[in-house]
Ligand binder design. Sequence first.
Ligand code: GCU
Length: 623
Amino acid sequence: MHKKIRQALACGVTLLCLLPALAAPTLQNIQARAHQSLNGRWQYIVDPYETGYYDYRRQPYDQSASGSGGFYDDRQPRDKGELVEYSFDGSPTLAVPGDWNSQAAKLELYEGTVWLRRRFEAPPRADKRYFLHFGAVNYEAHVYLNGRKLGTHIGGFTPFQFDVTDQLKPGQNTVVVKADNTRHADAIPTVSTDWWNYGGITRDVLLAEVPATHIVDYKIQLAKNDLHRIEGFVQLDGPAHQPDVTVTIPEAKLATTVRTDATGRAAISIPVSSLRYWSPEDPKLYGVTIAAGADRVEDRIGFRTIATRGRDILLNGRSVFLRGVSLHDENPLIPGRLRGEGDMRMLLQWAKDMNCNYVRLAHYPHSEAMLRLADEMGLMVWAEVPVYWTIAWQNEATFANAAQQMTDLVVRDRNRAAVAIWSIGNETPVSAPRNAFMGKLADTVRALDDTRLVAAALEVHREGREITMQDPLAERLDLISFNEYAGWYWASNRDMLDYRFTIPHDKPVLVTEFGADALAGLHGDADTRWTEEYQDQLYKNQFRMLDAIPGLRGITPWILVDFRSPRRPHPVYQDFWNRKGLISATGERKKAFHTLKAYYDAKERQYTNKVGVLDAAGEEKRR
Ligand code: GCU
């Protein structure tokens, strides 16, 4: 039993107000662990005034002496005379995982608290530990098990879990979640975003079972810039009796056994003579087994290096062009957060149909399943945290929130070969506080993972017809990556070709956004906004403009498919949709889809024919 609880018992203090947050480091590769899914129909209660959390004097029930009174008690009247003014029994249900906006008309624009309840049978076994895991809850979650608070989590797109070993009881258990998607100026993201504020338990919920001493985390990847060495670590948790850790990669005939140190950590280093390196053309994944004591985890991992050399991006030592597209975590056909592998595979296949080898998963962490699909389907990934637009740069709690979301993203996905770039934000306006905030965030992600590139979608400076990169943050990043809307937000299809880019950096250039709205099926001449022809001509003009940038090594036009946004009210052209998609909300491919594919087909030929495979040391060797 937790030490604090023993102390509390000793002095007879009510447990609830002292029950420590049982947040635990999230188990690496959670889906591969023995687990019971808690997905399915959860009863829900809409609570716009948070009646289920505060008493009438606005005091939180769960911090009061009794600790009871909130909806998390899931109370039933004991007799016909007792007053209980809520009930999950008899309430409607929501599908979990699933945002509430797309499941109930009255919740389409709802921002506030919704309570969700799930009952489940848990056969706890004495020699095991149990973790209640959430893939994501947007935005703030308070979690209770059998009426006791487990803890809270802030951040709408990253996983979290609680050690419930001591809270589970044999037979029926009840989990209650208070999910609140209210936006806040000092949050990450802040109050203004160009995407739908989908609230709720939007990703998987599961109860994982692991041995008392178990593998909590690991990293098994190629060393930085070294095609001939796998390195990383395995971290154990539990009673320390320092078992050996064995990592095997049978198909590659690789294995190593290492003793853990006193903290339960084992450093991994395996020399490699021949591997099929992961690439979009050959997305090879190897079965990897990590074993320690009574625990064993199977994963599928790709091995590749990613680096820059001057203006080149090198994948496995070879210069590549990132033929990309941006996308949100939303199914356009059944609007709402992506619900499962079918949704995700559909979107990534649409990108591949356009001959993409790369996707920008904007503007927040997408699900782990999405990253594993990118591994499998051969798409490099730009992964991003929602440090978006006008953040509260001088608020320390805001920075801590951003750093935590960045950390959770890196810890979750650092074994995914597809992830090539960690992005620390999007279109953040230059200022001294912002430069300091973003510089620290860049340091944070580099300290977590030095094997991938670090970037941000910056903004350009415009003076007359000159477009230059003057953002001081560019010095701290591996790429010169920026959004520019020539021809849409400034200039027109006619005069955008008069603009010239000046990029005073010897680094690869990625254009992370350009685009135009087009209402699918609306046709006219190339000067008429909202038509497919205008969007198509803009893409053709963009290619001419961007190909003049010597260091251009990739683009992710905005955006794969139309998406919902509260910022787009035009009743004819938008109707709360951002129409910059290359594909419409009904799956129609607009003219620009085919134009972009033709451009990528040409880029692919250009880079495939490019002689000069660089070895890991960067030496040019002819094929
Ligand atoms: C911005 C922003 C996107 C937004 C897009 C647009 O650059 O990064 O999130 O949707 O432009 O205005 O359509």
